[in-house]
Design a protein around this ligand. Structure first.
Ligand code: MG
Length: 300
């Protein structure tokens, strides 16, 4: 099992690789690999976005890097000491597209209609925060704010007008997204016929991570347990098998309208159990194989 992550230690920014044998500096491993392969102009890939765009984050490619004899001989020196800070897996996605109403039980709890085609909207990339960062509810916001646990899809290569059959070849991997929502603001804006963009895009309202798990490592993304706890209490507990529109259909539909670029994120919708969060809460979202995304809530 491989999981990639973006990290910082002091001034160093790099890509880490978690394997069954330990946690390694993948940026450095890649440099050694490229030198061993005689690559004329090796690139130093500090960003997962770059790594995924070049195809360096696929399961088979990582396996090849780790099996290369020069890398193998230096691997113990590439162990990452556990003093790093997680960054968001993708630093600057061109967009974050989120699915609305993609689980029947969630549609029911919010008393919405089931959409006939994938229903999508945008979250601003500036709302992103990393694993173990704080969700800041603005002091002026005194109405309900909800968590929404979601499976995140990371696009690995440009996708325009792709078919459902082609769609998965554009996916680099998966991550976890908490689609934090100013719920009363959203409801009010929808009732007024206004866009609900602002309720989804408040700074810090998009925790993402901790990992990017390569697409090959998750044989069936529509069979993953997804769970969210607040202060240890289970609020959401479902399985991605209950998604109404599956990932190939979502990507094909979005790509009819706009070009998906490498590094773009898609939040695939939340299951039932959304509930209010408040300052002091500790939120954990876990998805099978993808780890646990943890964030605390503060006022500010
Ligand atoms: Mg959502």
């Amino acid at each position: 099992m491989f999981r990639l992550f973006a990290y910082t230690t002091g001034r160093t920014f790099g890509v880490g690789l978690e394997t069954d044998d330990g946690v390694f500096d993948y940026t450095h491993a890649l440099e050694i690999y490229q030198k061993a392969k005689g690559v004329a102009t090796p690139i130093s890939a500090n960003f997962l976005q770059v790594i995924s765009e070049f195809g360096f984050c696929s399961g088979p490619f990582i396996r090849g890097v780790l099996a290369e004899s020069w890398v193998k001989s230096k691997l113990s020196g590439l162990t990452l000491k556990p003093n790093y800070r997680f960054e968001t897996p993708i630093a600057r996605p061109s967009k974050i597209i989120a699915m609305g109403r993609n689980y029947h039980a969630h549609i029911k709890e919010l008393k919405h209609e089931t959409p006939k085609a994938p229903l999508f909207f945008c979250k601003s990339p500036s709302a992103m925060i990393s694993h173990e960062s704080e969700i800041v509810i603005p002091n002026w916001l005194d109405t309900r704010v909800d968590h929404e646990a979601e499976l995140g899809v990371v696009i690995g290569k440009q996708a325009k007008n792709v078919t459902q059959e082609e769609a998965m070849s554009c996916v680099a991997g998966y991550t976890i997204i908490n689609d934090v929502t100013a719920r009363d603001m959203q409801k009010g804006d929808i009732a007024a016929g206004d866009p609900w963009f602002r309720s989804k895009s408040i700074d810090t309202f998009c925790p993402v991570g901790p990992y990017l798990v390569p697409v090959e490592e998750i044989p069936d993304p529509h069979a993953l347990n997804i769970k969210l706890t607040v202060n240890g209490e289970v609020r959401q507990n479902a399985n991605t098998s209950a998604m109404i529109f599956k990932i190939p259909e979502i990507i094909a539909e979005i790509s009819r309208y706009l070009t998906l670029e490498a590094g773009d994120l898609i939040a695939t919708g939340t299951p039932e159990g959304v509930s209010p969060i408040k300052a002091g809460d500790e939120i954990e979202v876990s998805i099978e194989g993808l780890g646990t995304l943890k964030n605390t809530v503060v006022r500010g």
